[in-house]
Design a protein around this ligand. Structure first.
Ligand SMILES: *Cc1c(COP(=O)(O)O)cnc(C)c1O
Length: 431
């Protein structure tokens, strides 16, 4: 692609963008003077789809008008409401519709999945996880290891980038699985790394880990709605994701979970059960003989918060309007490619881009490390970040020097990307 560093070029890209109109399906936050923000924080909390608001209002209305009868009435009765989300989730993670379910929250689901898929023995008791995993994942793994009576120092196998590097090389992951596989009970890695934006090669990791007899689960917090995946074909055992990042379903919204069909009929799998995992046909007989569904739904505990599911349904319908995850990805590659081009043109001396540059190893997020000069105050990075925020850019700051920005194909424009780099460039020069 021959990108140009001009506003005219960015505007031309927007005119040629087949899904540009999807931006109008979102409410974009405004600054005090009424102009729209340049919102680049969709990796943390996605913006609100208008359909999400509409669907939540609809369920509030149902509740007001129908009371308990809302469980069975209307176009979207609450009883089976989670089923209305299955097709959208299946498209996003590359699954069969009976392999996905919406329930609980991300960290809770990691625990419930580990109950079933982390079954340590004296010889095979390790969990392979990144050294700098998202803290919640680290705590969940550590507490599971302890819960089973093992020592985290021995049973947590931590992988990190090579000295002086930011990205964990796939060959290093594979080599570690090759070497330690016999003692690994579970490989649990991210689909997309939250700090660097690196995409992991889920297919090759799963293949080798299975050869070695390990179970494999992925945390897709930063992958779901960001990159296309094929969890079913890759034979991933389980995956969990939140829906408030690239899936735009609102703060703390209900999470998603994938369990491969390979496990739906295994009656020996331990599971922490609840009534919503019991066979739908006989659930209300209220007998005490648990009969799990033959689908990912078997892992559900409770009847789910429908207002949150309604927001997710609004988001999934918006993604469908945009042509699905593959169509989003096509635009995302151009948007992040354009941002990278502009940063390299304007700011090569001031910024290192931590995120890998090849398309297979990166999603929508770019992690920018400001190069601090000798004698710079430790606060210079934060001052630059504050300066761009004042100009209407919403991004994400991590001490000591990293700005994470995610140009999201659903609601960000090429003009957003152009304006952002102009604003950042001015802030770097003035601070
Ligand atoms: C965002 C995120 C979480 C957050 O967990 P919650 O249970 O939703 O609060 C956990 N892990 C990763 C990798 C994340 O990116």
């Amino acid at each position: 692609m021959n990108y140009q560093n001009t506003l005219e070029f960015a505007q031309k890209m927007d005119l040629q963008d087949p899904i540009a109109a999807i931006r109008n399906e979102f409410t974009i936050p405004k600054m005090a003077d009424g102009t729209q923000e340049i919102y680049l924080c969709g990796n943390s909390l996605g913006l609100q789809p208008k359909l999400a608001a509409e669907y939540v209002r609809r369920e509030l209305e149902q509740w007001a008008q129908l009371g308990v009868k809302g469980h069975f009435s209307g176009d979207f009765p609450w009883m089976p409401y989670h089923e209305f989300l299955a097709e959208g989730f299946a498209d996003i993670v590359g699954a069969k519709t009976d392999e996905v379910v919406s329930m609980n929250t991300l960290t809770a689901n990691l625990h419930f999945m580990m109950v079933s898929f982390y079954r340590p023995t004296q010889t095979r008791h390790k969990i392979l996880i990144e050294e700098h995993a998202f803290p919640s994942d680290h705590y969940a793994v550590e507490s599971q290891v302890k819960f089973h009576g093992f020592d985290p120092d021995e049973s947590m196998l931590l992988i990190k980038p090579r000295e002086g590097e930011e990205i964990i090389r796939n060959e290093d992951i594979l080599e570690l699985i090759e070497k330690e596989g016999d003692s690994i009970a579970l490989v649990m890695l991210p689909g997309v790394q939250y700090y660097t934006g690196q995409v992991f090669d889920m297919q090759s990791i799963t293949r080798l880990a299975h050869e070695k007899g390990c179970n494999v689960g992925f945390d897709l917090a930063h992958a779901a709605g960001n990159i296309p995946m094929q969890l079913h074909d890759w034979n991933v055992d389980f995956a969990c994701w939140c829906t408030y990042k690239y899936l735009n379903s609102g703060p703390g919204s209900v999470a998603g979970c994938f369990v491969h069909q390979n496990h739906h009929h295994d009656e020996n799998l331990p599971r922490f059960a609840g009534w919503w995992g019991h066979d739908k046909m006989s659930r209300f007989k209220m007998e005490n003989k648990f009969k799990p569904m033959k689908s990912a739904e078997a892992w559900q505990l409770s009847n789910p918060p429908v207002l949150s599911l309604a927001a997710i349904r609004g988001s999934l319908d918006t993604i469908k309007k945009a042509g699905g995850i593959k169509s989003l990805r096509e635009k995302a590659l151009k948007l992040s490619g354009y941002m990278r081009f502009l940063l390299e043109t304007e700011l090569a001396d001031d910024i290192d881009i931590l995120t890998p540059s090849d398309a297979t190893s990166s999603g929508s997020q770019l992690s920018l490390a400001l190069k601090l000069r000798p004698g710079d105050s430790a606060e210079r990075g934060k001052q630059i970040f504050d300066a761009i925020e004042e100009k209407g850019v919403t991004g994400d700051w991590r001490y000591p020097n990293v700005i994470r920005v995610a140009p999201v194909p659903q609601y960000n424009s090429f003009e957003d990307v152009y304006q952002f780099v102009q604003i950042l460039s001015a802030a770097v020069k003035n601070n």
